[in-house]
Design a protein around this ligand. Sequence first.
Ligand code: ADP
Length: 162
Amino acid sequence: MKPNVCVYPGSFDPVTLGHLDIIKRACAIFAEVRVAVLNNPDKTKAFSVEERIAMLEKACQNLPNVRIDSFSGLLVSYMRKTGAGIVIRGLRSAGDFETEFQMAQMNSRLNESVESLFMMTSPGYAYISSSIIKQIASFGGDISAFVPDCILPEIIERFQNR
Ligand code: ADP
């Protein structure tokens, strides 16, 4: 296990300032933060895995210890394959806690060397989620306070053309 590496898995459809806050805080603790985009077949996603990776790369371009990757299938298999042992997830609410608690326990049952660590959302980000941002964008609302500036144009464009 590599104790100085953490994996931050998720959909990131698209990456938000809430995600970026977790990434930056993890960077202050770990030598390497590997952001892993889940690539499971799912037609409900607004952006392809390649697009989500490209947006994360732009958003994290000033963070030298971040690596963007993708995986398909089980997170525990990805962890085993890469030799990473620590999973970082963010918590916004009691609802997040319920699902994350179950997932962390199942992941540890499937691969006991995987340790899940949780970071509370920072004040000001608790209400931000990729899905609510997509909803606002689809109705032409202003999402500029919720996503990194460098990816704002492509999100707006995606929803304008729908
Ligand atoms: P998933 O589909 O795996 O939940 P997401 O991209 O929605 O993927 O989220 C990835 C992780 O980031 C999850 O742990 C989620 O709780 C966390 N997260 C999402 N939005 C925020 C936020 N605003 N503040 C803190 N953590 C967040």
